[in-house]
Design a protein around this ligand. Sequence first.
Ligand code: ADP
Ligand code: MG
Ligand code: MG
Length: 940
Amino acid sequence: MPKRKKYVYFFGGKKAEGKAEKKALLGGKGANLAEMVNIGLPVPAGFTITTEVCTYYYENKKKYPKELKDQVVAALKKVEIEMGAEFGDPKNPLLVSVRSGARASMPGMMDTVLNLGLNDVTVQGLIEKTNNPRFVYDSYRRFVQMYGDVVLGLKPVHKHDEDPFEVILEKKKHDNGFKLDTELTADHLKELVHEFKTAIKEKTGHDFPENPMDQLWGSVGAVFGSWMNERAIVYRKLNNIPAWWGTAVNVQSMVFGNMGEDSGTGVAFTRDAATGENVFYGEYLFNAQGEDVVAGTRTPLPIAKLNEEAPVIYKQLDGIRKILEKHYKEMLDIEFTIQQGKLWMLQCRVGKRTGFAAIKMAVDMVKEKLIDKEEALRRIEPNQLNQLLRPIFDLDQKRKAIEEGRLMAKGLNAGPGAASGKVALSAQDAELMAANGDPVILVRIETSPEDIKGMDASEGILTARGGMTSHAALVARQMGKVCVAGCGALRINYRERKITVEGKENIVINEGDYISIDGSTGEVIQGKIETKPSEVIQVVLTKTLEPKQSDTYQTYESLMKWADSYRKLGIRTNADQPDQALNAIAFGAEGIGLCRTEHMFFGGDRIMSVRKMIVSETKEDRKAALDELLPLQREDFYGIFKAMNGYPVTIRTLDPPLHEFLPSTEKDIRELAEELNIPETKLVEKIHSLHEFNPMLGFRGCRLGILYPEITEMQARAIVEAAVNAALEGIKVKPEIMIPLVGDLNEFRMQEKIVRRVAAEVFKEKGKKVNYLVGTMIELPRACVTADKIAEGAEFFSFGTNDLTQTTFGFSRDDAGKFLPLYVQDEILPTDPFETLDKNGVGELVKMGTEKGRSTRHDLKVGICGEHGGDPSSVEFCHKVGMNYVSCSPFRVPIAKLAAARAVVNELTNKHKPTVRTKKKSITKKKVAVRKKAVAKKKK
Ligand code: ADP
Ligand code: MG
Ligand code: MG
């Protein structure tokens, strides 16, 4: 007989059937509940229904595997024994919660039902058992409400609709002159239960289910159902969580934080999730249950207060905090409940954090010997470094604003960094305003999961209610947004679309007005404030801060040192000017991977000479114009060589289609005509003649220098003269002259010949030689295919993956904006190939080009200089292909360094890991099915 498949895992007492490693099967919540049991922490017993059941459910028309029922009954029995109560027992009823729990945490995206197992009979038993009718009816009314909302579908769909239960509840309070839920007596709550049930009957036509087993299966189905609700789908999309992962369901015996003033519930982080500081950080409420803390309806107390109010519990909790960090070697986010003075753990998971905190904690944990350097590198997403480099307010402007009385209020510093923008009072407005190109601050009383798209579109998020662990705070941190939460003094009026401040009658902010928020201090300020560079920038670039004065800088420095010690890729920068080059060097760049000479053509009066050169009718005229440009270009290159002081500098000869330099306005055309001393009509004619239907595939790249060799000649002269001049002053120089858009060796040869001839001339004239290389930019598929031939001439390759992506896909970079977003949205492509290198297509060409090139010239230097050079996953790819370096914009240099180090660390990890077999086949099949469905829907 085949072994029965195990769909249900028990946890409780001293031993659980699951463990932390089983997250894929048990979901994060289930796996960690099991782990906490296994390390001896107090966890209410329960069981987890695996994610495989979810997958089965969606593949089999929402049916369960037939073994499931018996396994659930058996596990429930174990729970009953462990807790000494029976599910549905009239005298001694066991109550449970039914909780969702996917592999990756999706805060607030799916639904939970608490206090399940109550009905008109078990209620009596529980009252007798606890002698606390108020508590029992409070639990009952919560249960009926949650069940009605979650399972029976009474929860309002739209933001502005009212929850029918809240309406009844508010009326009850109003009729009795109460403000708080806690003022309601047992009798009021009992009435509410009845009224809630009546509402359910009215809306659904069915009675509220009294049978606990029906309640249980109803809730299990609702949790699986919530996996496909719209919020969850949007969240998954934003966070790259595949739908086929599914969610687990956890059924867990209830513990009660609402049993009176010796009970309570809370959430905490084992370290500060915003700053990364090693302090216990959290919030709690006495006499409360479940979501009360994060719902934002009552403002919770800081965890430090628990130390005063209940020192014994606090000590125990702090002890658990330390046990957990030692065990998981991570900062954790925990949920706990105190039932009549006894502490219970209800959840732990690796805590969400700002990029800022992630970096600080990883570096600190290495210093605390909790983790090693490799692990620290593994933990920090390269893009998180942005947050260390993030702007802060100009302090003078901020001080002035405060002196002027523009400080509106202070909230919680929930997501660091400074942001200034126009107020949007709804997520939809935020999206619209951001689409218009305005910086937006989304201001809400509190946020909820349906706001995530608007949050994503905003620079910063400000809420009036809710704590450090409120939805706004959690999501903002994860998105890396500036966030001030729980700013209680704000009066946000959605109807009149304005904000006022308690006690500050002079301040009125209308939607669309500027405000500024400081997510590091919690300050909310009226009007716009300029932002300015972060501490790291101040130490590294502006040199206005001493390294010693900045803890942030020191953290950054440690991390960069570790990254440098692991990475194998060189990091260069794309820079056209000496100051940009210096910035990049300050960030640790080791050369220039791309200096675009044409960018220099726009400075000062140069453009006039360039235009003259372009419209010249004769070679002589063209040469005359080029002669004007020569000294200017030489000067630029000299400046760059000097700044790079011995680092290699790759300079590309002229690349763009010439029309980019020509005047388009009448005024400019007239001026140029005067300058050239030709009739305006003639010039217009000339400009028309240069028009191209497809300039990106037209007269550009090496084709310019092939038709007009004098351009290449001038540029080669400028580069080599600059190099020799610098060398004569004792500056080390390593020029690398790069010919763009080569598709055939012969094109390269023609240009190379000019460069070498000019160089020889200059060396002779100056009586000094310098070493230089001539190579090419690989940006055409044909160049990749014939790379072995091209490498006969080229001494280095630099993959220009912007153009290579354009030419491989046949997507015009300038026009793809019309359709590419849809491609990404509909998952026709996984990501925008101009942002992240398309490994399967463009990447294969890059690989082929590299291998073929090196088959001819085994020491061929290979790099990348497209935008992809600063994209972490593309950097990893470049490492795997065996490139020598990546080149990116100066501010991305630290990110590229970290990505390059992580590429090495990942390799080490994979070497040690046994190969895991994946269910790849079924995954792709499923994806295809999902896509087909989506397409069918679209067509409709
Ligand atoms: P989420 O995944 O949205 O955090 P949870 O399943 O963690 O949802 O539950 C929501 C709230 O209910 C949390 O505050 C949790 O601590 C509380 N809760 C869940 N199960 C129990 C239980 N068995 N006893 C007491 N509180 C519970
Ligand atoms: Mg939770
Ligand atoms: Mg190009």
